[in-house]
Design a protein around this ligand. Structure first.
Ligand SMILES: *Cc1c(COP(=O)(O)O)cnc(C)c1O
Length: 370
């Protein structure tokens, strides 16, 4: 084997090809003389709204702000509780803490997403919203979550940062709850060359409020209606988002094909990803579970395959969560996943030969053990 050979866990250089397309977006931006929240952002928002199947898309500076600003439009703040999952990227819970509200965690099920069976007993007088996370591109069980939310008149904020293009019964995530929050971070399935994000909703008053909040509360150049924030999207990023949107379906399809092949080959050796019924995944991550995770991870590394863990420390056990006073054992499924899960390389730019090499190497680990 050539010593340079390596399959990286992600490859952000191969993601933004060919360079001319991106240089052209830059030159269009320079020629337009508009750099923030102008016509390219509006075009991007219109295209996303159509793609997700909602009335409104409002672009913001990043996915974390998308979550945070949505809760601000719902007047969520100190004294309120928002229910989310402990096995997510830190930003899900951060956005709740940033409003002054308390994150209340709900454990997940095999799909890696919120377990609706455990949701109802977490509701209190202070519960204001539920924030399921479509983790790794797998839609949460939205039918059951929405039934509970509707019964108790609660808002549902979908954290869809990892799941653009995923759907349930043909309806896109981001159109299933009260509103959706998405990220355009370079690591996400739909990515720009820096930070970016957006919200999606059918609720005109939420859309209107996010539009004010992202730009200091200004309703026009000179009149400020409410105190807001600076959470605007750049024109260049919007142009790059439009380029990515045109490719997202074929890229997600390539992700699904690789995932299906992995699952067919690994089913006898590993706990392969599962999903909720009637849902279509987009495999932001391909996450397997096994008890000897660390030795398996080392074996793959010895064979030049980089892997990762999503996430090794659940949010309730992070140092920043110490005031919430959780302990090991509070969320057993999330904790099990943090010590037993492994994310294998899966991205549209993987070559067939690389996919084949990963499959053969994974299988060799288990054959060796027999
Ligand atoms: C990436 C991510 C976010 C935050 O998005 P940023 O654009 O990085 O702020 C929120 N939630 C989840 C689940 C994410 O993966």
């Amino acid at each position: 084997m050539n010593s340079e050979f390596r399959i990286p866990f992600v490859n952000l250089v191969s993601k933004f090809q060919p360079p001319e397309v991106y240089l052209n977006a830059l030159s269009e931006t320079l020629r337009s003389g508009n750099f923030v929240l102008s016509s390219a952002v509006i075009e991007f928002e219109n295209k996303i709204a159509e793609y997700i199947g909602v009335k409104h898309c409002i672009a913001v500076a990043n996915g974390s702000d998308a979550l945070f600003l949505l809760m601000k439009t719902m007047s969520i703040g100190p004294g309120d509780e928002v229910i989310t999952c402990p096995n997510s990227f830190i930003a899900s819970a951060w956005s709740i803490v940033a409003t002054g509200a308390k994150p209340v965690f709900c454990d997940v099920d095999e799909s890696l997403c919120m377990d609706p069976q455990q949701l109802e007993r977490l509701l209190t007088r202070n519960t204001k919203a539920i924030m399921p996370v479509h983790l790794a591109g797998t839609p949460a069980n939205m039918q059951e979550i929405m039934e509970i939310a509707n019964a108790y008149n609660l808002n549902v904020i979908e954290d869809a940062a990892q799941a653009i293009g995923a759907s349930i019964n043909g309806k896109s995530v981001g159109s299933l709850g009260t509103a959706g929050a998405f990220s355009l971070h370079p690591l996400k399935n739909l990515a720009v060359v820096g930070d970016g994000g957006f919200i999606t909703t059918n609720d005109s008053s939420i859309a209107q409020r996010v539009k004010l909040l992202r730009n200091h509360g200004l309703k026009n150049r000179n009149e400020c209606e409410i105190w807001g924030y600076n959470s605007r999207l750049d024109e260049l990023q919007a142009r790059i988002g439009i380029i990515g949107l045109a490719r997202i379906d074929s890229e997600n399809q390539r992700r699904r094909e690789i995932a299906q092949y992995y699952s067919d080959e690994f089913i006898n050796f590993l706990q392969i990803p599962s999903k909720n019924r009637n849902s279509t995944q987009v495999f932001h991550r391909y996450i397997v579970h096994l008890s000897e995770r660390d030795s398996f991870m080392q074996y793959l590394k010895d064979f030049s395959i980089e892997t990762s863990i999503h996430y090794p420390i659940p949010i309730h056990l992070q140092e920043c969560s110490k005031d919430l006073k959780h302990k090991i054992g509070d969320f057993p499924i999330s904790e099990y996943q943090s010590t037993n899960s492994l994310s294998l390389p899966l991205y549209p730019e993987l070559l067939d030969s690389e996919v084949e090499y990963i499959v053969e190497t994974v299988k060799s680990y288990f054959k060796k053990a027999l």
